[in-house]
Write a protein that binds this ligand. Structure first.
Ligand code: GDP
Length: 199
């Protein structure tokens, strides 16, 4: 027997050094290792269960390096969801999110977007009201403070973007790719709970 697994493309955008690769690595392998700098972009894949539905996330992590920025619009094409990441300990990375949001808005059509405040184990960060205003202005669905180092909210962010993309598919807003393969035994470690989160 075979199953059709929807596969969603998720882009992870934000300035270099904000912690994108660490978040993706923590989600994929639960590793907390010092990353090698991402040159251009990195690709990762993981499947998870969401309220009885198996789905795949193909995750595109952009390095954020100046010289690769012109590739961003091409790499965003066909994305079903996005995580835009800033560093809570560096305010400038929050301000620069407008640049990343412009690219996402101009290359995709109303895909779910989650704002991620990385390194929440460190002190600092914009006031809550400023984050909330930014989310409203940019039509961002949710905000999560995250720490890849401490393992805070990493799975929750991916479960939430998966849920939003699943809901958008049901409403006909986005169309995932489908893989057909044998119905394998599911691992309990792949099951994620979906949290409730609002900006
Ligand atoms: P990227 O360029 O956005 O992919 O950033 P990286 O994932 O390469 O991380 C940049 C630096 O931030 C590295 O030195 C990491 O060790 C550090 N870092 C990443 N995540 C965290 C975190 O959750 N907490 C703290 N304190 N440092 C982090």
């Amino acid at each position: 027997m075979s199953v059709n697994t929807p596969i969603f493309k998720v882009v992870v955008a934000g300035e270099g050094g904000v912690g994108k690769s660490c978040i993706v690595r923590r989600f994929i392998s639960n590793e907390n290792s010092e990353p090698v700098m991402t040159v251009g972009s990195e690709f990762a894949y993981r499947e998870l269960d969401l309220t009885g539905q198996r789905l795949g996330l193909s995750i595109w992590d952009f390095g954020g390096e100046e010289r690769f920025r012109e590739l961003m619009p091409i790499l965003c094409l066909g994305a079903h969801g996005a995580l835009v990441v800033f560093d809570l300990s560096r305010y400038s990375t929050f301000v620069q999110l407008r640049f990343w949001m412009e690219i996402i808005h101009s290359t995709t059509n109303k895909i779910p977007v989650i704002l991620v405040g990385a390194k929440c184990d460190l002190p600092g960060g914009p006031p809550d009201e400023e984050i909330k205003q930014f989310c409203i202005e940019q039509r961002i669905s949710a905000y999560f403070p995250v720490s890849a180092r401490e393992g805070i909210n990493v799975d929750s962010v991916f479960a939430h973007i998966a849920q939003l993309m699943h809901d958008a598919t049901q409403k006909g807003f986005i169309t995932p790719a489908y893989s057909t393969k044998p119905n394998a035994e599911k691992s309990p470690s792949d099951a994620l709970e979906t949290p409730s989160a609002t900006p």
